[in-house]
Design a protein around this ligand. Structure first.
Ligand code: GLA
Length: 695
């Protein structure tokens, strides 16, 4: 049953005309804690226990109904929300806010039966069947219509319900279906191209370089998606198809979001991005969300499993313009979808939850509340596992919920760093196209090869797009930004000219937005700022390495390069690192160029970790960038969250050893709520410390 409209303004009296995202955080009042809640999988009696355990674990936010379409619309138009009415009423009665899903992530069997044409088709023509999830073509008018109708019914029905605090549109768009290649998608692609190229097929021919291999189009009607072809499909066509596909998914999100905003303008809207996913351009989507949310599933078996999520979290914060974000899903322990699904060791779930907070999350949620009994994810851990509440996992969950609730003042403080790493989805898509000098230059790996040394230097990073305002950053790092329109290159040059410090890695600034090479020597639009010129790439054979040695300030350094080499000519830059290999001895690998009031470095090969640390360490030191805490033990991370006169220092021990961290400044234990100053913090293996500034 719905509450009467006059008692339901979720945050009546508190937030006035604040934007919905801000209202959401105020409503929660503290760091949010919870997970996906799927009571439809359980008998009604289980809910009483759920609510009791949620109260014990201090759960205050749950995601409801993500995969419930078949239950609320069991036949076309036969909407029945009675089950979720009871769930939302119960949640409200227990002070828990609902992140209510629009339930459109998995079309129900009747819809597929009536309209099999909504099913997605792969590049080789295979029609993907139902029985899993996300089995819809993003361009399908039938899917969009039915999803929109459901969103409309839900919004109308739950408008004003006091439990409703957030809309959760779809689920992990692009996770299973990055692109569809059916006839409907082809038609959508043609419409998209007409708009992009001003209905001028010659503009398309020019952008796609179609005089190559006789691909010149006489009409937009002749264009197809880049389906499986005898050899490499046109790269500009592939690139445009990735753009189109991200936008087609985005249109599905926007269609629902538009309906929700019309009916419940006060309720903020999110969708959960999947960390590290290539198919969805997070920087393009994020401004259309009220709150950014992400799902993160690090593999406990990885050597340094916290690094890739850290990069994802810094990207999400960057996408949201620095605002707090939601860790929407993480596993309480093991997942079910890897070949070997390792558990999180005792303390690891807590550590990685605080890691998200250290990167600016104000909500720590899990997939899922109660581990499923049946279905494909029955061996995916839950906050309440098959063993029940008398279990290590639940005990750790309850302790974390209580701990997160015990740090007043943390909410709303923000993370801000002096170093930016640039990431651009268009460039990522283009970088990993086929028929390149080497297939070994992969975006995520290369990002991590720049992120890791900065992490080891104790330096925090913001990940932002090339279009971001860079003026506030002391150091900007550009890992393999292959696609770089001239206007963005000009902004990088202006940044250095104005006193900024720039580090650019090889195979950056190579092509324009249509994957056409910038001519005159690589990297053409960055040649002047970098003071270098490259005529030819010399990619390395697999496992081939080349010794390198430092010069000038790095004089004693010895290292190893691999993957890539360039015949680098200096046109103003000075070498910072040279090859020490036969035939190449003394030729520059890495350079430094003073340009305007700033400095631009160029790295023409993949360099080993210690060498990257040495070069980025020099660049950071020259730019005046300091570690968050001086002298941190290796593997210990520090992050400061600050705002409104409050400051928190979060220390995370990602190692299996105990470490002492000596602090300067006035800090008190934020978890124990004590006021005595803390001089040295002892972190047990996988330990966490939260300090509150007292001075
Ligand atoms: C994703 C989905 C969830 C669930 C988890 C399992 O994040 O959004 O529904 O399948 O994966 O790890």
């Amino acid at each position: 049953m719905n509450a009467a409209p006059d008692e339901v303004t979720p945050d009546s009296g508190i937030a006035g005309a604040l934007p919905p995202g801000e209202r959401f955080w105020r409503r929660l009042g503290g760091v949010a804690f919870g997970g996906d809640y799927n009571p439809e999988q359980w008998p009604a009696e289980t809910r009483a226990e759920d609510l009791r355990l949620m109260a014990e674990a201090r759960v205050n936010l749950v995601t409801v109904g993500v995969f419930a379409w078949a239950r609320v619309e069991p036949a076309r138009g036969a909407y029945d929300f009675s089950f979720f009415d009871r769930v939302l009423d119960d949640l409200h009665a227990h002070g828990i806010t609902a992140d209510l899903a629009t339930m459109t992530a998995s079309p129900p069997p009747w819809l597929v039966h009536e309209h099999p044409e909504i099913l997605p088709v792969t590049a080789d023509g295979t029609v993907l069947g139902p029985g899993g999830r996300q089995h819809f073509c993003p361009s399908s008018p039938v899917y969009r219509e039915r999803a929109g109708l459901l969103a409309e019914r839900l919004a109308t029905h739950y408008r004003g319900h006091p439990a409703l605090g957030l809309w959760h549109v779809g689920n992990e768009y692009g996770c299973h279906i990055a692109a569809c290649y059916c006839a409907e998608s082809a038609a959508g692609f043609r419409r998209w191209l007409r708009e992009r190229y001003g209905d001028d097929v010659e503009a398309l021919n020019d952008a796609w370089s179609t005089d190559f291999w006789s691909q010149r189009f006489a009409s937009f009607d002749h264009v197809q998606p880049p389906r499986a072809a005898p050899t490499y499909p046109n790269p500009a066509q592939q690139l445009d198809y990735m753009r189109f596909s991200s936008e087609a998914l985005r249109e599905c999100f926007e269609l629902e979001a538009g309906i929700l905003r019309r009916i419940t303008p006060e309720v903020p809207i999110t969708t959960n991005f999947l960390g590290g996913l290539k198919s969805v351009d997070v920087f393009d989507w994020a401004p259309r969300l009220d709150v950014v949310a992400v799902d993160s599933y690090p593999d406990p078996l990885d050597e340094r499993p916290h690094l890739a999520p850290g990069l994802v979290y810094d990207t999400m914060r960057g996408a949201g313009g620095g605002a707090p974000w939601i860790l929407m899903e993480q596993a309480p322990s093991a997942v079910n979808w890897r070949a070997r699904n390792a558990i999180k060791q005792p303390g690891q779930m807590r550590l990685w939850s605080w890691q998200a907070v250290a990167h600016g999350a104000d909500a720590v949620l899990f997939f899922q509340w109660r581990q499923s009994r049946g279905g494909a994810e029955k061996f995916h851990s839950g906050m309440v596992p098959h063993a029940g509440a008398d279990s290590r996992v639940y005990r750790e969950i309850a302790a974390l919920g209580q701990e997160l609730a015990s740090v007043p003042g943390l909410l709303g403080t923000r993370v801000r760093n002096d170093v930016a790493i640039l990431l651009d989805w268009n460039s990522w898509w283009a970088l990993e196209l086929d028929s390149h000098p080497s297939d070994g230059v992969r975006q995520q790996e290369r990002l991590l090869e720049h992120y890791t040394p900065l992490f080891d230097l104790g330096v925090g990073v913001d990940v932002v797009p090339p279009s971001a305002d860079l003026t506030g950053y002391a150091l900007v790092v550009v890992p393999n930004l292959y696609l770089l329109p001239s206007r963005d290159a000009a902004r990088l040059s202006a940044y250095v000219q104005g006193g900024g410090a720039l580090v650019v890695s090889f195979f950056s600034g190579i092509v324009d937005e249509h994957d056409r090479v910038h001519l005159g020597g690589y990297p053409a639009p960055l040649r002047e700022v970098l003071g270098v010129r490259v005529e030819e790439f010399c990619p390395a054979a697999e496992h081939e390495t080349f010794p390198v040695r430092g010069c000038e300030a790095l004089a004693d350094h010895e290292g190893v390069a691999g993957l890539w080499r360039e015949d680098l000519r200096l046109t103003g830059a000075r070498p910072e690192l040279v090859f020490d290999a036969p035939g190449w001895a003394g030729r520059p690998v890495a350079t430094r160029h003073e340009y305007g009031a700033g400095t631009a470095r160029y790295l023409s090969a993949r360099l080993d970790e210690a060498t990257m640390r040495a070069i980025l360490g020099r660049a950071a030191a020259e730019a005046g960038v300091k570690p968050v805490v001086e002298g941190l033990p290796s593997g210990v991370q520090a992050s400061v969250r600050a705002g409104d006169g409050r400051r928190f220092l979060i220390l995370l021990n990602h190692t299996g050893d105990k470490h002492d961290v000596a602090l300067t400044g006035e800090w008190a234990d934020g978890l124990a709520g004590l006021d005595e100053p803390v001089g040295t913090v002892t972190l047990p293996p996988l330990g966490v410390a939260v300090l509150r500034a007292t001075g």
